[in-house]
Design a protein around this ligand. Structure first.
Ligand code: URA
Length: 231
């Protein structure tokens, strides 16, 4: 299902568990069900999957205040309302917190999404972060070398000060993993709570000109450059 561009692997599994997927007319009950792509008919909500769709990738500049999900049971604003005019069914690669701004990739290619998110591939993400106070050299070293969160130390990170104001500091932080609320929790841990967080780069992909709330298509060259190399 992920390869056919229906959703990410994780979301595809929850669709199966929710009973939305049928194989040759029978509801799929096991996540381990095997499919013969040439002869089997798989449907999601009774709509047949196409064996392979053209890969589509879009870049959205997410504003603060939007959830990175396509449906919200509480009807809060989601990125779905920003991408209504994208003609294909695409889903977000990974997640930005509701109050995080910046670049969010959307694709119909589940396996690309998997490769970009899995820590094994070490796909680089850069954030600009405004924090309270002025972190000293020792604090910057701790952030770079790793901070313990939930009993696990974060992987080494690139951290640089961009500019200081009287009470706050803008920094750049480059991560190769994507744990839940990682940047916010790292800075909380060192006593500098995050006031604003913006994702400014995904691998080699940056775009300072894309207005907040707007999306654009990735060029074939940009898509090719996204392909991470396993380490
Ligand atoms: N780190 C965070 O804390 N939040 C995000 O949205 C992304 C990275």
């Amino acid at each position: 299902m992920a390869r056919a561009g229906v959703a990410s692997r994780r979301h595809s599994e929850s669709m199966i568990v929710a009973g939305r997927v049928k194989l040759n007319g029978e509801k799929v009950v096991s996540l381990a069900t095997r499919v013969q792509p040439d002869s089997d008919v798989v449907t999601v909500d009774d709509r047949p999957l196409k064996a392979s769709e053209t890969r589509r990738c879009y870049l959205l500049n997410k504003p603060a205040g939007y959830l990175t999900t396509l449906r919200d049971p509480f009807n809060r604003p989601t990125v779905a309302s920003l991408i209504r005019d994208i003609p294909e069914r695409v889903f977000p690669v990974g997640r930005l917190d509701r109050d995080t701004e910046g670049l969010l990739l959307l694709t119909n290619d589940g396996s690309l999404s998997y490769r970009l998110m899995h820590p094994r591939f070490g796909f680089e993400k850069e954030y600009h972060v405004l924090v309270k106070g002025v972190p000293g050299e020792g604090t910057l070293r701790r952030l770079r070398e790793g901070i313990e969160i939930d009993g696990r130390t974060t992987a080494s990170a690139g951290v640089a000060v961009l500019r200081c104001t009287k009470h706050c500091t803008w920094l750049s932080i480059v991560l190769h993993e994507g744990r839940k609320r990682q940047v916010r929790r790292m800075f909380d841990r060192v006593g500098h709570p995050v006031k604003r967080l913006i994702r400014v780069r995904l691998g080699g992909l940056a775009d300072r000109d894309l207005p907040a709330g707007k999306w654009r298509v990735l060029t074939p060259g940009e898509i090719e450059d996204l392909e991470p190399v396993a380490v």
